[in-house]
Design a protein around this ligand. Structure first.
Ligand code: AMP
Length: 312
């Protein structure tokens, strides 16, 4: 079933120990859409500027992503500048130019109205809330955010959190949001802010889901967290978009399934890890554009293999 995603469609200037790129196509909604497109139809709501060309749009449409909800405005597209050093576990943001996103009023095309799965990718929580309020009939709402919004847009973010089925953020963001260093206590605090389930991304170490009594419609109670692995990779070229690609694989798989069960949820976390692991192998969206369904399945099996304990 179709996913509707709102989030940044951007240009990224990135420096890592493996090189640098200037203004490559990026953005949370872009990475998410490409990753999710291998599992289910995706529709995007975003705004871009005059620097966004047919070639850039083609990256999404070639993967079957519906781009009629990407508005074109006068001015420049969102531009993020960041760098990674050492083991590249954390991005250092050098610049966030919101540009056309500053005055964006999201409008949902009529053709998107029947979307059953909504993903609020990383962007101003006020925009996430506006899109959410225009889609009251969705079956599931999943969301992401980052330190930039947690730090200065807490009030708007709190409203978004209240209404989420799943919040997907990294461990640093969970601790920041909760004001608590211990991850288990921080997760409990974040769940009390609204999300029914919390998925914490640990970069190269996988991801952990924390459940509440409200997960799975309150019907199946899971008291323990679930941890999915990440694949140890010999070469990480550019971690940008790994989290969004995780979200795309995770939510794309969920939306492709008839029912949300604990087993489906756990499998989705593995597919999230698979898509995140591809994203980091090249700069920008290059790897996500070129990966095949066979490679995805092959890596999924590898994920199963590396985390399976036989005969214990
Ligand atoms: P991640 O998956 O966390 O590595 O996300 C990377 C993407 O997030 C990049 O392609 C950026 O364009 C985008 N991004 C960076 N900062 C922001 C922000 N404040 N709001 C929305 N998107 C952002």
């Amino acid at each position: 079933m179709s996913i509707l995603v709102v989030g940044s469609v951007a240009f990224d200037s990135i420096e890592t120990p493996h090189g640098a790129v200037d203004h490559c196509l990026g953005g949370a909604a872009t990475h998410f859409s490409l990753a999710a497109s291998y599992f289910t139809p995706v529709r995007v709501i975003a705004v871009v500027g005059e620097d966004f060309t047919e070639v850039h749009e083609g990256v999404l449409t070639k993967r079957g992503v519906d781009t009629q909800g990407i508005e074109r405005a006068k001015g420049l597209s969102f531009h993020w500048t960041g760098s990674y050093s050492g083991n590249m576990d954390e991005a250092k943001t050098l610049g966030t130019d919101l540009n056309v996103f500053q005055t964006f009023e999201p409008k949902i095309p009529a053709a998107y109205a029947d979307s059953k799965y909504l993903f609020l990718a990383n962007i101003d929580p006020a925009l996430q809330a506006r899109v959410r309020s225009q889609m009251p009939q969705v079956r599931m709402v999943c969301g992401d955010t980052m330190n930039y919004w947690i730090a200065d847009h807490g009030e708007n973010l709190a409203k978004v959190l209240r209404d989420l089925d799943v919040l997907l953020i990294n461990d640093g963001e969970v601790r920041m949001l909760a004001g608590e260093r211990n991850l288990v206590l921080a997760a409990e605090k974040v769940l009390s802010m609204g999300p029914k389930t919390l998925v914490v991304k640990h970069g190269e170490y996988g991801a952990t889901a924390f459940f509440s009594d409200r997960s799975f419609g309150g019907q199946t109670k899971i008291s323990r967290p679930f941890r999915a692995p990440a694949l140890p990779l010999a070469e990480v070229v550019d971690p940008t978009g790994a989290g969004d690609s995780f979200a795309g694989g995770f939510y794309g798989y969920l939306a492709s399934q008839p029912e949300l069960t604990p087993a489906v949820f756990r499998t989705a976390m593995f597919y999230g890890g698979v898509m995140g692991s591809f994203a980091v192998e090249r700069f920008g969206t290059d790897r996500l554009q070129a990966v095949t369904r066979e490679e995805i399945e092959e890596r999924f099996n590898l994920f199963k293999e590396i985390s399976h304990l036989e005969g214990a």
